[in-house]
Ligand binder design. Structure first.
Ligand code: SF4
Length: 336
């Protein structure tokens, strides 16, 4: 029997209803995530790439059950995580842990590192002596001395704080780690150390990672497969090797070109602005920034379809673009 994926999103969607601007104003809604599907096998990493506002953090929040999907389902090891019994929910909360971008913000400044690391275990009823012994083990696993347990977060460097955050996440023996920009606040040299620690942890403990990031070099380093999100939708998905070496979607192509030029990934460095979520463009959501956009792009939303055996892409013209048969026309800027 084939093993169920560690995590599987099926047509996942999240729409936020905004508060009324005035008594007689109709409620407005914003689609943060729409029709996102992916599946991640045990011991592998799925990278989710996109600018801020692309919906990747909303996907992370749904994985952590901090937000509930408004459509679609999320499955963990064959179980719908939004249809769990209380006992299943407790087990899921042990199974999935997270590491955030800002290690300092995530660690209480008034608690010593040992207590920070032990807290998730204690919350789950582990006795003090067992938790203390495990803290020492975890510090060793993340390459720190046992004395670190008695120090406060401000006494550590950024890289050391991120190691403590990783030790804390590992304390309840999770099988899935949601890594939300875990190295973007770190210096380049420290970043490499934390990435190699994450890679080592994965090999040693058989962990599965969802790695959310905007730095393509970092995502490529850790991920077997990758999904590129734009404006709440997956526009390209496949093996990291294929998607990041031979991107088929004009948006991914732009991201890869920017990464090659070592430009920061931000709206300012990409042509045009992200559309207004309250007034999204008709048809392809990328058309207001895409230099290949034409009338078909304005009329019809492209579906994800196969671009190669290892890659699916949501673009009407990816074959013509790849073959060099599609002239650049400039973006269709006006949302309909
Ligand atoms: Fe979207 Fe058209 Fe550009 Fe493809 S060519 S990304 S469908 S605007």
């Amino acid at each position: 029997m084939t093993e169920a994926p560690v995590i599987e999103a099926r047509s996942l969607g999240k729409t936020f209803i905004l508060p009324r601007g005035g008594l007689f104003e109709a409620r407005r809604s914003v689609i943060a995530v729409e029709d996102v599907s992916f599946s991640v096998s045990r011991g592998t990493t799925f990278g989710i790439v996109g600018e801020s506002g692309s919906g990747k953090s909303t996907v992370a929040k749904m994985l952590l059950k901090l937000e509930r999907p408004t459509s679609g389902t999320l499955w963990a090891e064959g179980q719908d995580i939004f249809a769990q019994t209380a006992a299943q929910e407790r087990a899921y909360r042990r199974m999935v842990q997270t590491v955030f971008q800002d290690p300092y913000g995530a660690l209480s400044p008034r608690m010593r590192a040992g207590r920070i690391i032990a807290e998730p275990m204690r919350a789950q009823g582990t006795d003090r002596a067992t938790a203390k012994a495990k803290v020492a083990q975890l510090l060793e696993i993340v390459g720190m001395q046992p004395e670190a347990a008695s120090r406060y977060p401000h006494e550590f460097s950024g890289g050391q704080r991120q190691r403590i955050a990783i030790a804390r996440a590992l304390s309840v023996d999770p099988r899935l780690l949601v890594l939300d920009e875990p190295v973007s606040a770190l210096d380049v040299s420290v970043r490499a150390q934390v990435l190699s620690l994450l890679q080592e942890m994965q090999a040693r403990l058989g962990l599965t990672y969802i790695f959310i990031g905007h730095d393509l070099a970092v995502v490529r380093y850790l991920s077997e497969s990758v999904g590129v999100m734009y404006f709440g939708r997956l526009v390209e998905i496949g093996t990291a090797r294929q998607v990041l070496r031979r991107p088929a979607h004009p948006y991914t192509q732009r991201l890869v070109a920017l990464a090659a030029a070592k430009a920061p990934l931000g709206a300012a460095r990409l042509q045009g602005e992200l559309p207004n979520p309250l007034n999204p463009p008709s048809g392809c959501l990328f058309r207001t920034r895409c230099s290949y956009a034409d009338a078909l792009c304005a009329a019809k939303r492209p579906e994800l379809r196969e671009a190669s055996p290892d890659q699916r892409v949501a673009c009407h013209h990816h074959e013509a673009i790849a073959a060099g048969n599609k002239a650049e026309t400039g973006p269709l800027l006006q949302p309909a």
